[in-house]
Design a protein around this ligand. Structure first.
Ligand SMILES: C[S@@+](CC[C@H](N)C(=O)[O-])C[C@H]1O[C@@H](n2cnc3c(N)ncnc32)[C@H](O)[C@@H]1O
Length: 265
């Protein structure tokens, strides 16, 4: 019924009387996709700001994984607010928790900022290491611990990881194994894109899955995707054109699949 109404409206108001029905159906399908995108985006973007009137600190409220999550933000640096890419990744984690079961999985988040993704991964049962630059760690620690205490199966940890720096010393390849690397909005106008790629490369083992929400901005930064693809196979998990955000799954290129029969030799 609604579609016939749309068909009627498109014909009447867009002067497309001569257009064949096949083309009009195409337009309707595109309108429907855009509506779905808008609905998902509206759902993802649901957040409430709580001013400092009642509590001593202002916070933003989110709902993921069956919990209310309170995130303290600041406006003085990139990592101190929750960016839309983080919401996209959180929404994906909670709505795909069967296929991407995080229970007892080792997860590292790079450029965690306020820590929302790390909190959600932890509430979904993962052993989480939330990382960022040293100056972000105080607020990150506060948010991660306050939102997971007595709620998460494993206590998350917060650790410094400045991209490309002391990687082998702080995250030795021989002893660190991560099932998932998560990253939300880590590519933007900053001078550390080489170091970021180096960090993905260092932390990613053959069986590690990277879940990366990328916000597309300027060409120069967007080209990072091409460089990333020299090392990793990329798959689009979801796309939000109205936000310019794409959620990717990535795995190391050319990884060897070990067959069980070979293991027993
Ligand atoms: C745009 S914010 C995204 C924060 C969070 N992931 C989110 O989506 O809300 C980018 C994050 O990358 C971190 N970052 C920037 N340069 C970095 C570097 N060289 N080493 C480690 N983290 C860095 C920032 O501190 C910040 O937390």
């Amino acid at each position: 019924m609604i579609l016939w109404f749309l068909l009627f409206t498109v014909k009447k108001y867009h002067n497309v009387g001569k257009m064949n029905n096949k083309r009009i159906w195409k337009i309707i399908i595109i309108i429907k996709w855009e509506k779905e995108d808008e609905q998902i985006v509206a759902e993802i973007m649901r957040r409430r700001f709580f001013p400092t009137v009642i509590t001593h600190k202002a916070w933003e409220g989110f709902h993921f994984a069956g919990h209310e999550i309170r995130i303290t933000e600041a406006t003085d640096c990139y990592g101190a607010v929750v960016w839309p890419s983080a919401l996209v990744l959180c929404h994906f984690l909670e709505t795909n928790s069967k296929q991407y079961n995080l229970v007892d999985k080792n997860v590292i988040e790079i450029g965690a900022g306020t820590g929302l993704v790390s909190v959600v991964a932890s509430l979904l049962g993962a052993l989480v290491t939330a990382t960022d630059l040293p100056e972000l760690l105080g607020n990150l620690q506060h948010n991660v611990l306050q939102n997971t205490k007595l709620k998460s199966k494993h206590r998350p940890c917060v650790k410094e990881l400045s991209w490309g720096i002391d990687l082998e010393k702080n995250f030795p390849r021989a002893s660190c194994h991560f099932d998932y690397i998560m990253a939300a909005d880590v590519v933007y106008h900053h001078p550390f894109l080489d170091e970021l790629l180096l960090t993905f490369d260092h932390l990613c083992k053959n069986d590690t899955v990277i879940l990366w929400a990328m916000k597309f901005r300027l060409d120069k930064e967007n080209q990072f995707v091409g460089r990333f693809q020299t090392l990793f196979d990329l798959e689009v998990l979801s796309n939000f054109p109205s936000l310019n955000i794409t959620l990717y799954k990535a795995m190391r290129k050319g990884r060897m699949k070990v067959r069980p029969s070979k293991l027993s030799v």
